[in-house]
Design a protein around this ligand. Structure first.
Ligand SMILES: C[S@@+](CC[C@H](N)C(=O)[O-])C[C@H]1O[C@@H](n2cnc3c(N)ncnc32)[C@H](O)[C@@H]1O
Length: 339
């Protein structure tokens, strides 16, 4: 069974017995709260029913987004010697990033999820009881507040959908904490203009500290996206019947929009890629990143792409390109641009 399917069945079990009216009301209040972008002065997951509602309506979506992000990171790190064996998830709540990392990195052996809300950790622990792998089933869920994390470090540190709940000073401190505890740091946020603005600040902090970007950017120059545009991607999530009932949606799917950045520590040793003269990281970055749904026309595919030279714009791959054209037909928004 896939991780997404195992998570879905664990979530179905978790909502059983909670009155749907209560779940729908808690979901509505969470949707309204997450739409406003003010830092939270008290935990947003304020009660057990809010925690279950968060898990039921948000976790399939954050899990889908993080799965895509971490799969991209995994392919960029393949062969670099940096495949993680340990994961630390800061502000990990009910554990979406732990599920996604287990799916993307079979190398992971141990996982620690830290969060301020005990009830979210309790549910996270219940959910992983049915996980497909031992490392996830034995994940540690521990209560801690940002700024007072226990002394844990890991190969991979994830910070997903957390920054919007913190003020700018706390956000910067959390990113510094993540850098001081990991060799690979991955930060994901909602794919909104303000989520992207937070990701740009994280990117600047990583580069200022000498970290090397893994993605999504194919370069370490200034982001070329201008006024009115923002770097974000989309992950398709199938909605379960229970999800549709509590969120009141009609469609059988939704597209979760997300922004992200990932980097490796300056002192992390990257094995050279035997196939190229450059390090495997810069080789993995070099292809460019697809910024919108590609337009698939008769005889050619048109892309908006972020390029390794720090520019962004239109690229066309025509049928004459042979194998590259066939790869272009399969390429999606968020993928590396076919070489
Ligand atoms: C929107 S949820 C995201 C949960 C999870 N990372 C995910 O991707 O689904 C934000 C999480 O950050 C946690 N959080 C917010 N501020 C925190 C703080 N000061 N210390 C510890 N955890 C915090 C919340 O309790 C909540 O679980």
């Amino acid at each position: 069974m896939s991780y997404a399917a195992a998570l879905r069945s664990a979530l179905e079990r978790a909502v059983r017995g909670v009155p749907e009216r209560d779940l729908a009301a808690a979901t509505e209040s969470l949707v309204a709260r997450y739409r406003s972008v003010a830092a939270a002065s008290a935990p947003i997951l304020a009660s057990p029913v809010h925690v279950v509602a968060y898990a039921a309506y948000r976790m399939p979506a954050t899990h889908a987004a993080l799965s895509r992000v971490l799969r991209d990171v995994a392919s960029a790190l393949a062969g670099s010697g940096l495949e993680p064996r340990t994961q630390l998830d800061l502000g990990g709540g009910t554990g979406a990033a732990a599920w996604a990392a287990a799916g993307a990195f079979p190398s992971i052996e141990s996982v620690t999820v830290l969060d301020q809300v005990g009830e979210a950790l309790r549910l996270g622990r219940d959910l992983v009881a049915e996980a497909p792998t031992e490392s996830l089933r034995t994940a540690r869920f521990e209560r801690a507040r940002a700024g007072a994390w226990p002394n844990v470090s890991a190969d991979l540190v994830t910070v997903s959908y957390v920054l919007s709940e913190l003020d700018p000073g706390q956000q910067a401190a959390l990113v510094a904490d993540a850098m001081s505890r990991g060799r690979v740091v991955v930060v994901a946020e909602p794919g909104t203009p303000d989520g992207y603005a937070r990701i740009l600040r994280v990117r600047a902090a990583l580069l200022a500290a000498g970290w090397r970007l893994v993605g999504p950017c194919p370069h370490e120059l200034a982001c070329p996206l201008g006024e009115g545009d923002w770097c974000h991607f989309a992950a398709r999530v199938n909605r379960s019947a229970a999800h549709r009932r509590i969120k009141g949606g009609e469609l059988s799917y939704e597209d979760e929009k997300y922004s992200w950045v990932a980097a490796v520590a300056p002192d992390a040793t990257v094995e050279p890629d035997p196939a190229t003269t450059s390090s495997s990281l810069s080789a993995a970055r070099a292809a460019g990143r697809i910024l919108r749904h590609p337009m698939k026309r008769k005889g050619f595919v048109e892309f908006q792409v972020c390029r390794p030279d720090g520019s962004a714009g239109r690229e066309v791959v025509s049928k004459k390109a042979g194998d590259r054209y066939r790869a272009a037909r399969d390429a999606e928004w968020g993928d590396a641009f076919p070489r």
